[in-house]
Ligand binder design. Structure first.
Ligand code: AMP
Length: 143
């Protein structure tokens, strides 16, 4: 099963923020949208990094509340691991496990084409398992 399948259900919107945005502003976006990470991008939409709730907590833990006035660029991860649409969901989860992160932006021709979180994968896998189970039940009932 591919990443494109998940994006077809959840949509392709990716919340981005520019690198000069403060941690406070990013935290407001995360809270308002109920998400755990934003992709940091320039005005052209090129990916510069990713900033997750964990980066914000780490910054506040180290520097106290004044970290909330820091720019996102100071605390984002710049080596962003990405996926392509035709990659399998399993390969993407393996990347998440290996790198210990929960978000993977999806790129198509170098441009953002979606984002997959561990929550999306779990939701998708549960739906798939329920579907398999009911297909099996129907099959058993029919024989
Ligand atoms: P998360 O589990 O997504 O909240 O992220 C945990 C840490 O990994 C944070 O420092 C993030 O900046 C970083 N991170 C999140 N997603 C990615 C990614 N796709 N590639 C590289 N680092 C990431």
């Amino acid at each position: 099963m591919t990443v494109a399948r998940i994006l077809a259900t959840k949509g392709r919107e990716v919340l981005t923020a520019q690198p000069h945005r403060t941690l406070k502003e990013v935290a407001e976006i995360l809270a308002a949208r109920g998400i755990g990470a934003v992709v940091i991008a320039d005005v052209q939409g090129s990916v510069l990094g990713i900033l997750s709730e964990r980066d914000i907590v780490r910054a506040v833990g180290r520097r106290g509340a004044k970290a909330l006035d820091d720019a996102a660029s100071m605390h984002m991860t710049t080596q962003v691991v990405t996926a392509s649409e035709d990659e399998t969901v399993l390969a993407t989860v393996e990347k998440m496990n290996a790198g210990r992160f929960r978000h993977v932006p999806v790129l198509k021709d170098g441009r953002l084409a979606g984002i997959v979180s561990i929550g999306d994968v779990v939701k998708y896998r549960l739906a798939e398992m329920e579907h398999e189970q009911s297909a099996l039940r129907e099959y058993i009932a029919a024989v």
